[in-house]
Ligand binder design. Sequence first.
Ligand code: AVJ
Length: 325
Amino acid sequence: MKQTARAIRLRDYAPGTERFLEDVLSGLRRPRKRIPCKYFYDERGSRLFERICDLDKYYLTRTELAIMDRHAGEMAAALGPGVLLIEYGSGSGRKTRLLLDHLEAPAGYVPIDISSEALEASARRLAAEYPSLEVLPVCADYTAPFRIPRPARPPTRRAVYFPGSTIGNFSPAGARRFLSHIARVVGPGGGLIVGMDLRKDPAVLEAAYDDAAGVTAAFNLNLLTRINRELGGNLRMERFRHMARYNTRQGRIEIHIVSRVEQTVTIAGERIHFRAGEKIHTEYSYKFDPAQVRELAARAGLTVRKVWTDPKKYFSVQYLTVGRA
Ligand code: AVJ
């Protein structure tokens, strides 16, 4: 049967090149250099991230998919009928399908992603697969303000789906603020289903972020390629390397780009000096423990209602609702 795909309009709030330039230069002028991890996700970066998700050592995606596969029915039941599902950092939407397959008459689906190419492609595929679902994609940096589109059919409630442990990219204070923001977005009666990676053996964690095939290294160093292309930089890949370490005390993976040599590079005409061994911090990936999540939720005006996990307790998917216990 031939389906006529519903026309999809992408709402675009993506940060422009000026913003990227500003963030890169201000980050590299600091005594401790840093670049925000959201800039990983240009077209190539999004594709490299998809490859990370398929790596054996990157247990996160596989484990979360297994949890979704097993418990999506229960999650959908918790959300109830007529929900407007809003997904932050939607990516390929593989996990989303498991949820959508079980949701009763959802009012709409709002995928939000910073990569317009990845978002458009996946929104189009999804709309073709779910012809009765209203798909309202938004291209945005979800840490900045944007408007949630309204579906034609008024929803019974709003729910945010935030999989992948992407919440781990925030500092603890940032995560608290982000959860408060979500609580406001969904409003009273609203819910949140969030994937959160759990604390575990540092060797398992470090292997997940420093694979032998070098895919994670390529993903991290792609930032430099992107700077060269979009900001007129002259950084040389072979003069930098990838580094990932688990900080047990803070409960986080710390990802850096390390300068192998002393060097001066140029970005948009500005010269930037690196000492040999000097690092650019590019990402934190926090790992959680359940008590900490309950406390974090409470401080954001949310309550943890349900936690699903895998037999090894490597990963969790948690259901939170607005309001106190
Ligand atoms: C997309 C933030 C969940 O922290 O595991 C994977 C990103 N970085 N390998 C993560 C990432 C390096 C990933 N998140």
